[in-house]
Design a protein around this ligand. Structure first.
Ligand code: AMP
Length: 283
C-alpha cells in the first residue's frame, strides 16, 4: 500500500500506470472507513487495475457550525481496511495541498438540484463537494469513480457535474450498505449514544413502511410522506430536518400520482447527530 500526500507524487505514479494501459478507479472518502466504503473499494479493485482511495476531510463542505473539527480521523485503521479490500494507493493530502491559495475557484452545480434536501439545510455543502471532487478528478484522472447511493443527492449532483463539465470518466453508484438491523452505515454513527443508536433505527423502518405502501400500489406522495413522518414521530429522540420525495434524476417536483423514479430522502437529528437515509421508489 502506497500512501501519497503530494499531488506531484501521485500524478507521476498514475501517469506511468496510464501509459502502460492500466485503468484507474477512484474512491473519494473523508476517512473513518467502514463496510460502506469497503464495498466501493472492493468494486473498484474488481474492475479497475489500480484503485486509489482518497482520504480528505474537506473543509469547504462544512458550515462553521458543523462537525469539521470533531469529524472522526482513523488513518491507521483506514489504511488496513483499504488495503484489505484491494486498494493500492491512498491519496492523503493536507488542506494546504488541495487549497493552496485560500479562497478557491469554486465548481458549483446551480439550480434546484443543489437547493432542495441537504442543499436547503446545508447551503454551502454541495459547492464544497463539487469543488473538491473536481480537484480529485483532475489530479487522479480516474477511468471510473465510485460513489455510494447513501448520499443520493450527492450522486445526482455529481452526475450532472460530470455531464456538464464533460469529465472523461464513468461514475459508478453502488447500493447502501446497512448494519444487520437496517441502520445505514455512516462515519457519524459513532457519535450516537446507546439510546440514540436504538432510536436511529426508525429511519430504515420508516423507509421500509414507505416501500411496502408503494409496492402495494400507493402513488400519492403526500400519503407516503405522512406514513413516514408519523412513524418517525413515534421516536421521541428523533427531530426531523426533512422528509421529502423528489423525482429523479434531477430532483424535480414529484407528480401525484407518482411516476417513473422517485427519491424518498430523510434527514433526522438524534441529539446533535444528523443522519440521512433514502430509498428509490420506482413506478
Ligand atoms: P464519506 O466518507 O462519508 O464522504 O463517503 C465516501 C463515499 O462512501 C461516498 O460515496 C458515500 O456515499 C459512500 N458511503 C458512505 N456510507 C455508505 C454506505 N452505508 N453504503 C454505501 N456507500 C456509502
Amino acid at each position: 500500500m502506497k500512501v501519497c500526500t503530494k499531488i506531484n507524487e501521485i500524478r507521476a505514479i498514475l501517469t506511468q500506470a496510464r501509459t502502460s494501459g492500466k485503468s484507474i478507479g477512484l474512491v473519494p472518502t473523508m476517512g473513518a472507513l467502514h463496510a460502506g466504503h469497503a464495498s466501493l473499494i472492493a468494486a473498484s479493485s474488481a474492475r479497475d487495475d489500480i484503485t486509489v482511495v482518497s482520504i480528505f476531510v474537506n473543509p469547504t463542505q462544512f458550515a462553521p457550525n458543523e462537525d469539521l473539527a470533531k469529524y472522526p480521523r482513523t488513518f491507521e485503521a483506514d489504511k488496513q481496511l483499504a488495503s484489505a479490500h484491494g486498494a493500492q494507493i491512498i491519496f492523503y493530502p493536507d488542506v494546504a495541498e488541495l487549497y493552496p491559495d485560500g479562497e478557491p475557484t469554486w465548481v458549483e452545480v446551480t439550480g434546484d438540484i443543489t437547493k432542495v434536501l441537504c442543499g436547503k439545510s446545508r447551503p454551502i455543502h454541495f459547492r464544497g463537494v463539487t469543488t473538491v471532487v473536481s480537484k480529485l478528478f483532475n489530479i487522479i484522472k480516474p477511468t471510473r469513480a465510485y460513489f455510494g447511493q447513501k448520499d443520493a443527492q450527492q450522486v445526482q449532483v455529481l452526475k450532472k457535474m460530470v455531464r456538464d463539465l464533460m469529465f472523461d470518466l464513468e461514475l459508478i453508484v453502488l447500493p447502501i450498505i446497512r448494519e444487520s438491523d437496517g441502520l445505514a452505515l455512516s462515519s457519524r454513527n459513532i457519535y450516537l449514544s446507546t439510546s440514540e443508536r436504538a432510536a436511529a433505527l426508525v429511519l430504515s423502518t420508516s423507509l421500509q413502511l414507505a416501500q411496502s405502501a408503494f409496492s402495494q400500489g400507493e402513488r400519492n406522495p403526500e400519503k407516503i410522506l405522512t406514513l413516514v413522518l408519523n412513524n418517525i414521530a413515534t421516536e421521541k429522540l428523533a427531530t426531523v430536518d426533512y422528509v421529502e420525495i423528489w423525482q429523479l434524476p434531477d430532483l424535480t417536483c414529484c407528480t401525484n400520482p407518482m411516476q417513473a423514479s422517485n427519491l424518498l430522502a430523510v434527514a433526522v437529528y438524534f441529539g446533535k447527530t444528523r443522519l440521512i437515509d433514502n430509498i428509490i421508489l420506482e413506478a
